[in-house]
Design a protein around this ligand. Structure first.
Ligand code: GLU
Length: 441
């Protein structure tokens, strides 16, 4: 059965880059009728925070990316210790004692000599007595996985055929000196034991994948299918990594971005299919294919989310936005006609407030000198209430007959006088909502 997971580290809020990973894994699982696991990668007790775990769940729920199961790596430390023992018994695990400064120096030397900065495995030559002495002096060493120096190959769902020479990669540290298990092994143990069949993640993980394939094989596990999506850049191709902090999902929510707009964009951005606003999750699932994504960096422009949000809002019935309409201050008996008028004229729900204020308080009229007389005449012709969708038509017809004005010369001065703006909602829909006019009628 298809099983995927989204595996954030709870060390911050999730952003659009994380969402790409979450969404792709979610859609693969749902399309196949499989299982989607939310895995909290919290093996780092210092940086992991409970508030971020809660925030990640809230953000996913907001988007409707519901998970079938939550797993926490901090609950599974004994499983990782067992796997580490197994690697030790196999002779694939060795303790190394270099300090970060020593490693840095080695790297610099290698680079100076034009060699790739790969760990030189010096620790493999240490005798037991030397190790004891180093341990006594420096404390426990780190544990490195001894890679087999051969080519590591897989067919990536996005990048295609990949072949990496294991000799060009340092033996990965899987356990730190203080005993903390690192993600590289924890993830392998989880993926294997939880039956994960498909792993989609960012292309910054490609080298990890190479080493993890060897660890999975050493532990006798089944390799999942891997796909690595490209990294997001800003609209001009600039690195987004520094700005990702300002592209947290909760910030976008604050700015009024609608989940369907965000999901529709992220499910297509960087793929060979055009971005289309989808009306619900079922449509997104139906149209998703991870193999249609490209390896090139993907440009992301936060501004693209707003037209999609506006379009999505236009399609919604009042029932879906009743709370927002009420919060804007609209009385219940006007909610229906107000929404019908406003929905074509908003980018986000936050704009409702302004339209309601216009309806409630009226606007500072915009009247050109040459229109003063005309407006006074028009006001005198305003029919008696109650007002409805017909009133504007009846009224402007009467004004036309009385003044001889027509077309733009008739309608524009009226619009500007009533709304203070040259553009805006259908006047026929707006007029019955204008409380000043209602009061007068
Ligand atoms: N916790 C890892 C990360 O956030 C997970 C990577 C993976 O999907 O394996 O980068």
């Amino acid at each position: 059965m298809t099983t995927t997971r989204f595996a954030p580290s709870p060390t911050g809020y999730i952003h659009v880059g994380n969402l790409r990973t979450a969404l792709m894994n979610y859609l693969i699982a749902r399309k196949a009728g499989g299982t989607f696991i939310l895995r909290i990668d919290d093996t780092d007790p210092e940086r992991s925070k409970e508030e971020y775990v809660d925030a990640i769940k809230q953000d996913l729920e907001w988007l409707g990316l519901h998970w079938d199961k939550v797993e926490r790596q901090s609950d599974r430390l004994d499983r990782y210790a067992e796997a580490a023992d197994k690697l030790r018994e196999m002779g694939r695990f060795y303790e190394a004692f270099e300090t970060p400064t020593e490693l840095d120096l080695k790297r610099k030397k290698q680079l100076n000599m034009g060699k790739p900065p790969v760990y030189d495995r010096a620790a493999l030559n240490l005798s037991d007595a030397e190790k004891d002495a180093l341990r006594a002096e420096r404390g426990n060493g780190v544990w490195r996985f001894k890679l087999d120096h051969e080519r590591i190959e897989w067919t990536d769902g996005i990048l295609g055929d990949i072949s990496i020479d294991a000799a060009s990669v340092s033996d990965p540290v899987l356990i730190r000196g203080d005993g903390q298990v690192l993600y590289t092994i924890a993830s392998v143990v989880d993926d294997t034991e939880m039956g994960v069949t498909d792993v989609v993640r960012g292309s910054d993980h490609v080298t990890n994948t190479a080493t993890q394939i060897q660890i999975i094989e050493a532990l006798g596990g089944q390799c999942p299918r891997f796909a690595h999506h490209s990294l997001l850049t800003g609209p001009l191709g600039e690195a987004l990594s520094k700005r990702l902090g300002t592209l947290a999902l909760r910030d976008l929510r604050e700015q009024g971005v609608q989940p369907m707009a965000l999901l529709s964009l992220m499910a297509r951005l960087g793929s060979s299919d055009p971005v289309e606003l989808r009306s619900d999750m079922a449509e997104l699932i139906e149209g998703f294919d991870v193999n249609r994504f490209g390896a090139a960096p993907t440009k992301f422009d936060v501004q693209d989310l707003f037209p999609l949000t506006a379009k999505h809002l236009q399609s919604l019935p009042l029932t879906d936005v009743a709370d927002a309409v009420e919060d804007a201050g609209v009385p219940a008996d006007l909610a229906e006609p107000f929404w019908a008028m406003a929905r074509e004229n908003i980018t986000t729900l936050a704009d409702l407030k302004g339209w309601w204020e216009l309806c409630r308080d009226g606007a500072e009229p915009l009247i050109a000198d040459e229109d003063r007389e005309f407006i006074a005449e028009a006001v005198a012709l305003l029919p008696d209430g109650p007002f409805d969708g017909e009133t504007w038509g009846t009224w402007t017809k009467a004004v036309k007959e009385a003044t001889g004005r027509k077309g733009k010369g008739l309608f524009m001065p009226l619009r500007k006088a009533l709304t203070g703006m040259e553009r805006g909602p259908e006047m026929a829909a707006l007029l019955p909502l204008l409380q000043v006019i209602r009061a007068r009628g």
